[in-house]
Design a protein around this ligand. Structure first.
Ligand code: GLU
Length: 428
């Protein structure tokens, strides 16, 4: 999904192969876990508002469901590919395993650009997606959720279509639903807050007060907005944030040496995470090119947009001041760049650990839905914090004990848990 030729699925497989070798995983389990178990590729004809019909390509890929129903979001993106969805479905398996929730991994997508579609067209696309997979997904088999450029509104249209097809009410079919319609309080904030819970723990472990730190974010969608909010609340100073400009069709970076006001930026950002450049200028912020977020002299980098953003071509432009990288996005670092980060001794909080807050809260949504009793926001966030903190320390301890890079330590835990489930079920 970038100008480079990196393939996220090849990256995901090479991360897996490396750790499968370290832990001496048997051949059959390796074969089973290095690719998705099931894939659905389909076409979705959608009637557009002008009366024409457009045909979109859709996907749902279930990587593994040994630990529970497949779980993972649906992305709407013009550069979506089958391999991207494959990689993301695989990372969902490891993500659910690392936070130890009883779910497997899946992912969905549609090649489309919702920024250029009306609301009614998006609704028809959502309903069309469900019509194609209604018999292959469901509360007990595969539970979708929001992801890049999808939100609670899309989830509810999808739920409504699923319920119309199956005749009944099935709130467990999908998570990320709006609050009051089966959604959980805190779900919107969950991924971003989770990112910062893990960062907070890393800083404590390293003895660095968060109030002494500065940060730069890539992306200003759901993840960065709430990560930025909590990071600021805890005393951190955000120097730079990059985002996509849908008018110029390229990204730019907003910067302020004195720190950006996240609340103000949120108020001038559209639903797809694009900040208004003019309004940012009016706030007195500098406007720099799209790559500037990466080269800032800050302590913490938070790539929280898309995959393949830190590559061998730009990894060496990361400032010497950077001590920690927290991957808010899925797969933002390519394996070759990862080697450089490791050599430089930068502490990495890997993607599927850092951004597991979203799916953890989705699991809480399922629990609340099943009991038909909904918790206060404070209770949700407290439980989320506990899960993320425990997962961080399990990975950190494994890394310390076996002298492993944090990404490899996370893989050791996740692969072992999934391999054990596969064996206990008697599949291998
Ligand atoms: N799309 C989010 C992720 O990548 C959340 C998935 C979910 O809630 O199922 O983790």
């Amino acid at each position: 999904m970038s100008e480079t030729s990196y393939n996220p699925f090849t990256n995901a497989q090479s991360q897996f192969d490396k750790v499968a070798e370290i832990i001496g995983l048997d051949e059959a389990t390796r074969k089973l876990l290095r690719q998705p178990m099931r894939e659905y590729h389909f076409l979705i004809p959608v009637q557009m508002d002008d009366g024409s019909t457009q045909v979109f390509q859709g996907f749902r890929i279930q990587h593994n469901d040994a630990r529970g129903p497949a779980k993972g979001g649906i992305r709407f993106h013009p550069q979506e590919t089958a391999d991207t969805v494959r990689a993301l479905s695989m990372w969902m398996t490891w993500k659910c395993a690392v936070v130890d929730i009883p779910l497997g991994g899946g992912k969905g997508g549609v090649i489309c650009d919702p920024r250029n579609m009306t609301e009614r067209e998006q609704e028809r696309l959502c309903r069309g997606w469900v019509r194609q997979v209604a018999r292959n997904v469901g509360p007990d088999s595969d539970v979708p959720a929001p992801d890049v450029m999808t939100n609670g509104k899309h989830m509810l249209w999808m739920l409504d279509e699923f319920e119309a097809i199956h005749g009944g009410r099935f709130p467990g079919f999908i998570t990320g639903k709006p609050v009051g319609m089966g959604g959980s309080l805190g779900r919107t904030e969950a991924t971003g807050y989770g990112v910062i819970y893990t960062l907070r723990e890393a800083l404590i472990a390293k003895g660095i007060p968060i109030a002494d730190t500065t940060a730069s974010f890539q992306g200003f969608g759901n993840v960065s907005q709430y990560a930025g909010e909590l990071y600021t609340q805890l005393g951190g100073k955000t120097i730079a944030i990059s985002c996509w400009d849908n008018t110029d069709k390229k990204s730019f970076t907003v910067r302020s040496e004195n720190g950006l006001d996240i609340g103000k930026l949120m108020s001038i950002t559209d639903m797809y995470g694009s900040i208004s450049k003019d309004k940012a200028r009016d706030l007195g912020y500098e406007i720099l090119d799209g790559d500037a977020w990466l080269v800032q002299d800050v302590d913490i980098l938070l790539p929280s947009a898309l995959e393949n953003q830190i590559t061998i071509n730009n990894v060496n432009s990361i400032s010497k001041q950077v001590k920690i990288i927290v991957e808010g996005a899925n797969g933002p670092t390519t394996p070759d760049a990862d080697e450089v980060l490791k050599e430089r001794g930068i502490f990495l909080i890997p993607d599927y650990l850092a951004n597991a807050g979203g799916v953890t809260c989705s699991y809480f949504e399922q629990v609340q839905s099943n009991a038909n009793y909904f918790w206060e926001k404070e209770e949700v966030l407290e439980k989320l914090d506990a899960k993320m903190t425990a997962a961080f320390h399990a990975v950190y301890d494994t890394a310390q004990k076996h002298n492993l890079y944090m990404r490899d330590a996370a893989y050791v835990i996740s692969i072992n848990r999934v391999a054990q489930a596969v064996k206990m079920r008697g599949w291998i």
